[in-house]
Write a protein that binds this ligand. Sequence first.
Ligand SMILES: Cc1cc2nc3c(=O)[nH]c(=O)nc-3n(C[C@H](O)[C@H](O)[C@H](O)COP(=O)(O)OP(=O)(O)OC[C@H]3O[C@@H](n4cnc5c(N)ncnc54)[C@H](O)[C@@H]3O)c2cc1C
Length: 385
Amino acid sequence: MNKDVNIVIAGGGPVGLFLAGRLIQFGFHCTLLENKPKIDRHSKSLGIHPVSLELFNRAGIADQFIEQAINIRRGIAFWNRDKIGEISFARCPKPFNFVLALPQWQTETILENWVHSLRPGTIVRGAEVTNITQSDHSVSVTYHQHNSEKTMTADFLVGCDGKNSNARKLAGIPFNGKPYPDTYIMGDFTDNTRFGTDAAVYLHHDGLIESFPLPGNMRRWVAKTESLIEEPKAEMLRQIIEQRTGHSLTTSENVMMSGFGVQHYLADVFHSGRVLLSGDAAHVISPIGGQGMNLGWLDAEACAQIFVKAADRPSEISRLIKTYTTHQKKIAIHAAKRAEMNMWLGRKENSGFTVKMAAHLITKKPLSHLLARVFTMRGLGSWWI
Ligand SMILES: Cc1cc2nc3c(=O)[nH]c(=O)nc-3n(C[C@H](O)[C@H](O)[C@H](O)COP(=O)(O)OP(=O)(O)OC[C@H]3O[C@@H](n4cnc5c(N)ncnc54)[C@H](O)[C@@H]3O)c2cc1C
């Protein structure tokens, strides 16, 4: 493999966009095919962890994120309505001893502008990948754009096309997992709390409430529900928050509402021949704890580093790709366990004395330092260095 060859990326969400920028920086010629004509403004993820900021720092884009996002330096834990402790990120490794909160569309906008500034024309929008065929030396990618079918040949394809990944299905990679019983509603409201840039978590006997600051004096509220509510109304979330926390959002304007269930799925392998998978295409974990997108960026960096190594040692490409699968799969399994722990703490049936004591203990030193490390995804990643 040499650096003049093509790598096609299927999917331009946060993971595909970051991968495209890194590949260009490493001197590869790549094309990103993205189905959507423009970035979707519906806000999903918001948490950007220090492990990702370290990657962004290497890419030279960390400052843009830090400037546009809210820097969360502390989380406050409540038991029902009583404050039971705080988790500070201050003692996490500097300089990124905080978590950023930025709506996903803003994250994607920063990444898209960055890729465009590195090499205009890399991102092809309105292009849906529909077929992939592989030979020993290349991969042929068919996509639909403007009502016509086009084909592109490359050395490798990286599927960053999300949880319903067509790349994964076309490569024949099994994706196993299950939905969890947990369901939530979330909404963004103008911020009328006194939390400032702090996050707040309420472990309540009727179910978890999470509250995160957002840029523009907004705040994201997430509430655990009994069952999936597909189209929740703002009034319903206002009532739940007031009943569980005592905080009234009556005068707060609502700009976004959604309901979601959570799942855990994992690809058997993260590659098949010349097709590799990164991000949600390879693993879906519960968003409680906010790790999914960050996990995808760790995949993307590892994937780019594998291509760099393969360019120097072409005969080792198969071994390197296998290493990618082994390490990233292990990281995804770890992250999924952390997310399961977060969900377990927030379940109604777990609102008894044991969980109260556990929550109380982990917000006290030295366990709070450990929890801060776990929450900020420390210990996951960077095996490729
Ligand atoms: C409510 C909620 C809150 C979350 N909060 C957080 C959080 O705070 N922090 C965090 O780290 N994660 C969070 N997540 C998870 C996070 O949103 C995902 O892990 C992340 O979006 C995955 O990025 P991705 O690029 O792998 O996939 P996606 O974001 O799904 O992007 C895939 C892209 O591929 C495109 N595509 C699909 N099929 C094709 C095709 N055939 N051809 C071309 N393009 C295609 C799609 O249009 C899309 O743009 C949250 C998720 C949810 C649901």
